[in-house]
Structures are given as C-alpha cells and as structure tokens.
Design a protein around this ligand. Structure first.
Ligand code: DX5
Ligand code: ZN
Length: 219
C-alpha cells in the first residue's frame, strides 16, 4: 500500500475553514485529520461538535478523528453520527481499552489507539489484532507546529515488528512535526499514514505540499 496523507485541520485558517476544506477535497490528500481537545487531557481546547458537524457537511474524504479528551467513551455515538470513519482514542485516557475499541467497532467505525511519546508500544501487545490503526504521537499532543521527536523512528520499527509477528493488519499513523524532510524516512520506517498540520497549512502552496508529501519516496 502506498502511504496516506491526512492534513490536520487544527492548522487550518478558521476564518476561512470552508475554503481550506475545499482545498483538501481537491488535493491528493486521503483523509481529514480532526483533532479534538478538551483542555483537560491536553492543555489546549480545539473545536467541538458544531464545528465538526460543519466540517462533515462539506468534507469529501474520510474523517480521521483524534480524540484528546478524558472519558472519550461518552462521545462514541456522537462521533459515529457526525460521520467519523476512524475514531482514535489515547491508551492513556481510558482504563478499559479493550472494551472501548470494541464499542467503536460495533458502532461501525475503524478503531484507532493513540500512544503518547512516552508510552511504549508493548502496551498494545494484547490488543494489536483487534484494532485498525495505531497513531504514534511524534510530539506531545496539544498543539500544532511542534518539533518532531526523533525517537519515533525506532518506535515505528518496534510497532511494525509487533504488527507482523501478531498477524495484525493495523495501519501505522504518525502525528506531529511531520514535514517534507522527515516524510521519506518515516515511510521507510513503516509509517502508513502521515498527519501534517503546520507543514501543509503554513505553506505558500498547501495543495502542492500535500502532493509532495503524497509523492514522497522512502529514503
Ligand atoms: C497535536 C495534534 C496534531 C497536530 C499536528 O496534538 O494531534 O494532529 O495538528 O500538527 P503539526 O503537523 O503542525 O505538528
Ligand atoms: Zn492529531
């Protein structure tokens, strides 16, 4: 499989969000990455249901929703109703991860599990065959435009080994500080999906940058 690109709307211009969504619709991007923050699990608040509902109305590509909230189980139904394709929850935010991922799947969504930079891949050993995606944070979650954590390459390698040795078909997604310099190395390490916020939306040519990310070759 060629890698997928998921522009993060957190870095979009909210005064012209509709235009930025249309740009992504027309671009070579694969998914919309939607970051939901509650000011408790992470020290920032992004946007909530009315905005996501508006995004869903015009987005023509699957919604890849990244929940950075405490007790995410409270909102699984709502995110399904908002048209979420893949719903990712932090391993650090739920006590009963097994129950939670099954609830997500039973609602008809793909289930993703997110790991903060300090959380080892080994926490997924007993659940890796039951999830659709692992989202590795390559920054501490909460803000766009942060510096990429270099240890991520090694973590992708460990995750890739766990996935192949278990027979899991989970995708590996990397989120935070992804740019045109590290994309090729991330793909070579085994990343299937690259999230990119600042790199895309602060670029003079966002659609061109998406195209460059999409056409990046492993190095
Ligand atoms: C950070 C979010 C990211 C963020 C990435 O907490 O999960 O999705 O938007 O932004 P960049 O690509 O600018 O690091
Ligand atoms: Zn994210």
């Amino acid at each position: 499989m060629t890698h997928l690109i998921a522009p993060s709307l957190l870095s979009a211009d909210f005064t012209r969000l509709g235009e930025d969504i249309e740009m992504v619709n027309r671009s070579e991007a694969d998914w919309f990455h939607v970051d939901v923050m509650d000011g408790v699990f992470v020290p920032n608040i992004s946007f909530g249901m009315p905005v996501i509902k508006a995004i869903g109305k015009i987005a023509k590509k699957p919604l890849d929703v990244h929940l950075m909230i405490v007790q995410p189980e409270r909102y699984f139904d709502t995110f399904r109703d908002l048209g979420t394709y893949c719903l990712s929850i932090h391993a650090e935010a739920v006590t009963h991860l097994h129950r939670a991922v099954h609830q997500i799947r039973e609602l008809g969504m793909k289930a993703g599990v997110v790991l903060n930079p300090h959380t080892p891949v080994s926490v997924l050993e007993e659940i890796i065959t039951e999830i659709d995606l692992v989202l590795l944070m390559s920054v501490n979650p909460g803000f766009g435009g942060q510096k990429f954590i270099e240890g991520t390459y090694g973590k992708i390698g460990k995750l890739k080994k766990l996935i192949s040795s278990s027979g899991s078909s989970a995708l590996i997604e990397v989120d935070g500080g992804v740019d045109l310099n590290n994309a090729g190395k991330l793909i070579a390490a085994g990343a299937d999906v690259l999230v990119a916020g600042n790199t895309v939306f602060s670029s003079a040519d966002p659609a061109g940058t998406i195209s460059k990310l999409k056409n990046t070759v492993p190095v």
